[in-house]
Design a protein around this ligand. Sequence first.
Ligand SMILES: [Zn+2]
Length: 206
Amino acid sequence: MEVEAPEDATADEIGEALQKRARWVHDHVHDAKRRFEHVLPREYVSGEQVLYLGRRYSLKVRLVPREQRSVKLKGALLEVAHDYVSADAVRARVRAWYRVKARDYFAYRLGVIANGLPWPQEVSSFQLKEMKTRWGSCAAGGTVTLNPFLVRANRECIDYVITHELCHLREHNHSPEFFRLLSRAMPQWQTVKRSLDDMAEVILND
Ligand SMILES: [Zn+2]
């Protein structure tokens, strides 16, 4: 471990600074571990909690004849009617349902947000891609890619990711100018980003 210290710092001062730093690292690693401990592997059984647009729903798995298969929101339930019992099959059905919802909702929010931005928009197209470590990206050609699992987050978080990617249509990097644009479009983006990042393990748990 390398330590940078002012030339006139005493050994005691350096030692103290090092201890503070070690404490900080320990606390943060501990926080991260604790957050992961909350996230149990999904089983896709009745009673399990699922997220959609920031709200919690209870999964209900029902056995039906093959021709009656469906996935529907019913009040506080996400009801998956399927013709045989299998966590993998239910996971696939729920995942497909999220994709359909994500496509519709993201297209709607992209339109609303693009209209409200003060610079001309050239969203040539948008696509969905399941990603483990990213919410979205924006290619130089103008194609916006969004993670369908983001549809588990609330509207403000979704709007933040979309706004971030739309700012890349003007600034293709994370320059100070990029963050000026982002702050103008969404002044509270840092708070929203933090709440989204805090939920990342839960949202990406599939
Ligand atoms: Zn970016």
